[in-house]
Design a protein around this ligand. Structure first.
Ligand SMILES: [Zn+2]
Length: 193
């Protein structure tokens, strides 16, 4: 049994829909989609998907700008809304400018649940994150101003140092060589890949 398999038509259709809805900049991009049979698990976290920019020397073999895989085992467990968000997430890593040049974008935020619980949206550029989550959590709007979601004084933090730690919104490690992983769900068991 191969590690990768052909993506079903419903996955392709969803990726096309998400590009149409929110990723105009990828309308001309060539994106290859694969299903991986099982999500790789590292330190108790499953990686549900991964996107990668195609290296120039690989294009002779696979003529794509980006290749994205989704883990088939997790895909089955996700709701349609979660699948849409996961596709949106991976497509957000994939950038193409008007000249057709491709690049990978990093996550906007990464944080520990415990740190969020203790300090709220503390980092210097947290307003954008608060604006993004507010429509989803009405109670945050009610809490704003009482100190719970107050940012820690930015002068205590060198923003470059903070951003340097922004390797993954979901706790994945720093990106390297143009790839990014997505791993925000902790499965019940902890096993190495
Ligand atoms: Zn990601």
């Amino acid at each position: 049994m191969g590690k990768y398999k052909r993506a079903p038509e419903e996955v392709i259709a969803l990726v096309e829909q998400v590009i149409y809805d929110w990723h105009d900049e990828l309308a001309e991009a060539r994106i290859g989609i694969l299903m991986r049979a099982e999500a790789p698990v590292s330190k108790g976290r499953a990686t549900m998907s991964k996107s990668k920019k195609m290296a120039d020397d690989m294009r002779a073999y696979l003529d794509y700008d980006f290749v994205i895989w989704f883990a088939a085992d997790w895909w089955l467990l996700l709701t349609e809304e979660q699948r849409t968000a996961l596709v949106d997430h991976e497509l957000s890593h994939c950038r193409m400018n008007e000249a057709g040049e491709t690049s990978m974008a990093d996550h906007d935020i990464t944080e520990f649940n415990d740190v969020l619980a203790r300090h709220g949206f503390w980092w210097p550029s947290a307003e954008k994150t608060m604006e993004a989550v507010q429509p989803h959590f009405e109670f945050i709007a009610e809490m704003s101003g009482n100190g719970v979601v107050e940012a820690v004084s930015p002068e205590h933090f060198n923003e470059a140092d903070v951003l340097d730690q922004v390797g993954g919104m979901f706790g994945d490690s720093k990106q390297s060589n143009g790839s990014a992983t997505h791993a925000d769900i902790e499965p019940g068991e902890d096993e190495d890949e």
